[in-house]
Design a binder for this molecule. Structure first.
Ligand code: TYD
Length: 137
């Protein structure tokens, strides 16, 4: 997948003086069925997460609270996204190397994923990822 196919998706937002509400339906607001949800929290200042790509997995990354940056890399091009709104999700297809940094205090990064956790779906070595990108072209 090219980095150009990764995109910020604006999610529905029901504004209300009692507090706003956002919802996400799989295969409707995002292009996959949701099989798993996980979140990063209690991230210490200066920490970096990610540092991998997936062979098949699709994901939506949401800055539920606070803010952080996501750096995407398709092996040719890199782009940095600042996530600070809980009604925007960053859609990532397969074969995209991602790193997360610049976490603010009390930030929460929630991820919706298209499959259950499978270690065999990861590229954790950047050189191996670059080789795989070349072969797939
Ligand atoms: P990892 O995906 O490397 O985290 P990040 O990319 O956010 O830095 O996962 C960290 C650890 O958690 C690793 O040992 C695998 C485990 N893990 C699960 O068991 N299930 C999951 O759904 C996820 C995302 C991770």
């Amino acid at each position: 997948m090219s980095i150009k196919e990764c995109k910020l998706i604006q999610l529905p937002k029901i504004t209300d003086p009692r507090g706003n509400l956002t919802f996400i339906e799989g295969n409707h607001h995002i292009p996959f069925d949701i099989k798993r949800v996980y979140y990063l929290y209690d991230v210490p200042g200066g920490a970096e997460r990610g540092g991998h790509a997936h062979k098949q997995l699709q994901q939506l990354i949401i800055g539920i609270s606070g803010s952080f940056d996501v750096i995407l890399d398709d092996g040719h091009e890199k782009r940095r996204f600042h996530m600070s709104r809980s009604y925007y999700g960053l859609y990532l297809g397969s074969m995209i190397w991602r790193e997360l940094d610049n976490f603010s205090s009390a930030s929460v990064c929630m991820v919706l994923a298209s499959t259950v956790y499978e270690e065999s779906d990861y590229y954790r070595d950047y050189q191996e990822f670059l080789e795989a990108v070349k072969i797939k072209q």
